[in-house]
Every structure is written in C-alpha cells, then in structure tokens.
Design a protein around this ligand. Structure first.
Ligand SMILES: Cc1cc2nc3c(=O)[nH]c(=O)nc-3n(C[C@H](O)[C@H](O)[C@H](O)COP(=O)(O)OP(=O)(O)OC[C@H]3O[C@@H](n4cnc5c(N)ncnc54)[C@H](O)[C@@H]3O)c2cc1C
Length: 461
C-alpha cells in the first residue's frame, strides 16, 4: 500500500489526509500540539464551563466548501439569523441578511447598486465556485466559462475602489467591515475582492459555526479519517522530512524550510524565503455574566460583529495596525449556542490587527471599542484571556508574527502562493507537497488548500 505522511492537523492537513485515505493510501498525520485541529481548537480558556474557540470561530465555508460538503460530516451547524452586523454611531446597525434584497433594503440610495453588484454572482454561484475555491487543477475551459469582466474587476478591487459604487455611509461601512478581514490596507487590492467574496458567502451559505465550538469540526474530520484507516499522532512535531511515498506539509514556508530546507533546490528555498507575512492579531476571550448590551438591537441577530464605525475610520485603523481606535472583529457564539457557557452566561472573542510580532497590550483599546457600541460591557466581564502574536505563534508555528492568514493575501500572493508556479502545491522535491493556507485559496477554514494539494499528489503518483 502507498504511504502518505501529513505534517499538521489543521483543516488543510486533515482535508489532505482524508483525500489520500479515500483513495486507499495508508495515511499518518503528525501534529506538533497535544490536541488536533490547528485553527479549529476549542478550550476552556477563562473559567470552567466556558468553551472558547482558540482561533477560528465562524465558518462560512465550514459546512459548504466543495470538500466538506461532500464529506457530509456529523456536525450540528448553527446558523444565526443575520450573517454579520456592523453597529454605527447613530445607534443603528447595518446587517448582511441571507437575501441580497433584504440587505439592499437597508441601504437607501445604494439599494440598486448593491443588488446589481451581488445578484448575479449569488444567483449563479455554482458557475463561479470552483474558480474562487478550487480544487485548483489547471482546467482553463472552466476558467474561461466563468470570466465576467465586471466581476473580475470587483474581485480584484481595493475596498476604496469598490466603495465608489456606493454613496451612503451604511453601505460603505458594511463593505469596509468585510474588507478588513483581508488584513490589507483598504486602499490595497484585493481588499475589496475579499469583502465581495465574504458578502457573497453570507448570501449563499450564511456565516454559521459548529454547535459546541470549532473543535467539533476538527473532531469530525479526524473521525472520518480514522474510519478510512488513517492515523493521527499528537505531540508529534516533525523536525525532519519523513519517509513516505508522499509528504503533504500543512505548514507555512518558514516551517517547510526548517524541516526540509537542505533537501530543496536553492532557487526554490530562496523563493520560499521571500514569502511575505502580514500583520498579527491581538485576541481577547471573555466569559460574560450576560449577553453584550448592544445599543442597536440588530447586533443580537448575528454572531459576527464588525466594530469600527465608518469606512474612513476603519481605513485609518487598517493602514496602521495597533491603532488607538482599532477595527475590532467580535464573535458572540453563545447567543445562538447554549452549550458554550453555564445557563444565562456567555462567551465572546474579539481581535484587532497589530504589527507583526507586536507585544503591545490592546485590551483597553479593544474593550473601549466594544463599550462605544455597548455601554456597560466591561461590567459584565467575569474573566478574560488575552493572546498576542507571540502567544498565538507558540501554540501554532503557522501563525508567524500573529498572521492568521498564513501569509499576506495581496495580489502578488493571492494566486501564486507560496511561490510563482502554475501548480504551487508541488515542490521540486519528488513526493513533497505544501498544503497549508500558504497555498491557494489561502486563509480560512475550508480545507480546499489541502484537498487541491492531495489531488495534485494523487495525479502525480
Ligand atoms: C485568532 C484566529 C481567528 C481566526 N478566525 C477565523 C474564523 O473565524 N473563520 C475562519 O474561517 N478562519 C479563521 N482563522 C483562520 C483559520 O484558522 C486558518 O486560516 C486555518 O486554520 C488554516 O488552516 P491550515 O490547515 O492551513 O493551518 P493550521 O490550522 O494553522 O494548522 C496547522 C497545524 O500544523 C501544525 N504544525 C505546524 N508545524 C508542524 C510540525 N513541524 N510538525 C507537526 N505539526 C506541525 C500546527 O500545530 C497546526 O496544528 C482564524 C485564525 C486565528 C489564529
């Protein structure tokens, strides 16, 4: 039987492992940490009985990425009423709703512009999905089929550029909150494309999450792998290139160089060394006595809250990570999932962007921003847990300097990550593939990097 070793048990490592095992390969996954899941781990970070997601919390593609959908995993998905909400200083909020029309209805003069921008791709998503998410095997006919230049322009735009289509503060703020997930300045392309895609995902899939926490998705993937005969070894850091017919590395270029640098041709090692990481994050987890007392009632309808006010203010914050009034991304899963905290109590996490490797404590600034839209918030905090870039990196070597996307996702590194190659998963060393979020389609819990890399490995074998 042919053997595959997977280094790392993040969503991409497990996706690669399952893809190989489904084809009858003998698969072993080595995970450095003492629990599986990479960015899909849940722990009692604050108080007993409060379950927090250490990294990812909300999974627009966790149920519906092309691979995960196909696996029909035994995960109970929670789907909040509204995918995202963005509070404003006038005490109201703007939401993405499941329907394009219902979202557009909130946008006054931008109603038609919003529907024009999103209707076509949302209603024709099945035509576009493989172009955005893969699996990425070179199939030019499919690419040509999906080319629509107005959509390509939106997909590659900066948030500032895309926002020119809107005149209202509400529509521009809604766009900016989604664009800030890109960890790029809003003047940089494709921050608008990231917003465009995340809003499309809100309409097509919703922004759901696994009941019980992110770890449930990791556990379900691990179970599926074990059913297929695969094995996972935790507390098993890989320091040297393992022996196997195929090795799939769910690691970022820096780690691949540490493990296998001396086995790679110098031109490739040089290219990997030039791979760029983005800013870091500073993250807080809270155990709360009650739900967050938002001024805007709509803030209770979504698990994901974008805090930062106007597009101009968010743009200023994203130009200078570590800003005095940072853009804050907050999740409040326990509003929709009572398994996260003791009866009546709640959990929430929030992060803001900081310079890579920053040691600045952003607690006051993050909590100040929450207070701005939810006066009295601080009085509800029963316990808090803080992690800066170094803490995140200590837990997971892929989070270099606190970069949660596995590498900058600007135009230079969007399609050609980690190096400029038509098939970026394949390394010049026979049998060695890279399959982490440092490959297309990049960051997020969807498993599509791992799936694509494994398909390339199978095709080569
Ligand atoms: C704070 C935070 C919040 C996030 N929020 C969201 C969110 O809400 N929604 C979303 O979709 N995404 C979110 N993300 C991003 C998401 O978690 C990542 O994009 C995703 O987990 C990347 O998957 P991966 O498989 O490529 O790598 P990872 O999930 O990073 O997994 C890599 C695994 O490899 C292991 N490893 C590394 N080196 C070695 C080695 N030498 N030997 C053995 N094992 C090794 C690591 O320990 C880790 O377990 C968030 C990330 C962070 C950090």
């Amino acid at each position: 039987m042919k053997t595959a070793v997977v280094i790392g048990s993040g969503p991409n490592g497990l996706a690669a492992a399952i893809t190989m095992a489904r084809e009858g390969w003998e698969v072993t996954v080595h995970e450095a940490a003492d629990t599986i899941g990479g960015g899909m781990r849940s722990e009692e970070l604050t108080l007993p009985g409060f379950t927090h997601d250490v990294c990812s919390a909300i999974h627009p593609l966790g149920r519906d990425s092309p691979l995960f959908r196909d696996l029909e995993l035994p995960v109970a998905w929670v789907q909040p009423d509204a995918p995202t909400v963005h509070p404003l200083d006038d005490g109201t909020a703007v939401t993405t709703e499941r329907s394009v029309h219902a979202t557009a209805e909130q946008l006054g003069p931008d109603r038609e512009a919003y529907e024009r921008l999103f209707n076509r791709v949302v209603s024709g998503w099945s035509d576009f999905e493989s172009v955005v998410l893969g699996p990425f095997l070179p199939r030019p006919n499919r690419l040509l089929h999906a080319v629509d230049f107005s959509l390509v322009r939106a997909g590659l735009s900066s948030a500032r550029g895309l926002a020119k289509r809107f005149e209202s503060q509400r529509a521009r703020a809604l766009l900016a909150g989604h664009a800030a997930h890109s960890m790029l300045p809003l003047e940089t392309r494709p921050s608008g494309g990231v917003a465009f895609f995340l809003i499309v995902a809100a309409h097509v899939f919703g922004w759901g999450f696994p009941r019980g926490g992110s770890q449930r998705l990791a556990d379900a993937l691990a179970e599926r792998l074990e059913e297929l005969g695969g094995e996972i070894r935790v507390s098993s850091p890989v320091d040297e290139l393992p022996r196997a017919d195929v090795v799939l590395a769910d690691v970022v270029p820096r780690e691949l160089l540490r493990i296998a640098g001396d086995k790679l041709p110098s031109h490739y090692a040089h290219a990997l060394r030039r791979y760029r990481h983005g800013p870091g994050v500073f993250k807080l987890d809270w155990a709360l006595d009650r739900p967050i007392p938002w001024t805007a009632p709509d803030c209770k309808r979504a698990a994901t809250v974008h805090i930062g006010g106007s597009l101009e203010e968010i743009a200023e914050s994203e130009r200078a990570p570590g800003h005095e009034r940072p853009f804050v991304l907050l999740t409040q899963p326990s509003l929709f999932d009572d398994s996260r905290a003791p009866a009546g109590k709640h959990t929430a996490w929030a992060y803001c962007h900081v310079p890579a490797g920053s040691t600045e404590d952003m607690t006051d600034r993050i909590e100040g921003q929450v207070e701005r839209f939810a006066p009295g918030f601080r009085e509800l905090i029963l316990a808090r847990h803080a992690m800066g870039p170094a803490d995140l990196e200590r837990r997971n070597r892929n989070i270099v300097g606190g970069d949660i996307n596995g590498g900058t996702m600007d135009l230079g590194q969007l399609f050609f990550r980690p190096v400029r190659k038509l098939v970026p998963y394949r390394t010049p060393r026979e049998g060695l593939y890279i399959c982490s979020s440092a490959t297309p389609p990049g960051g997020g819990v969807h498993g599509m990097c791992g799936y694509s890399a494994a398909l390339v490995a199978l095709k080569d074998s």
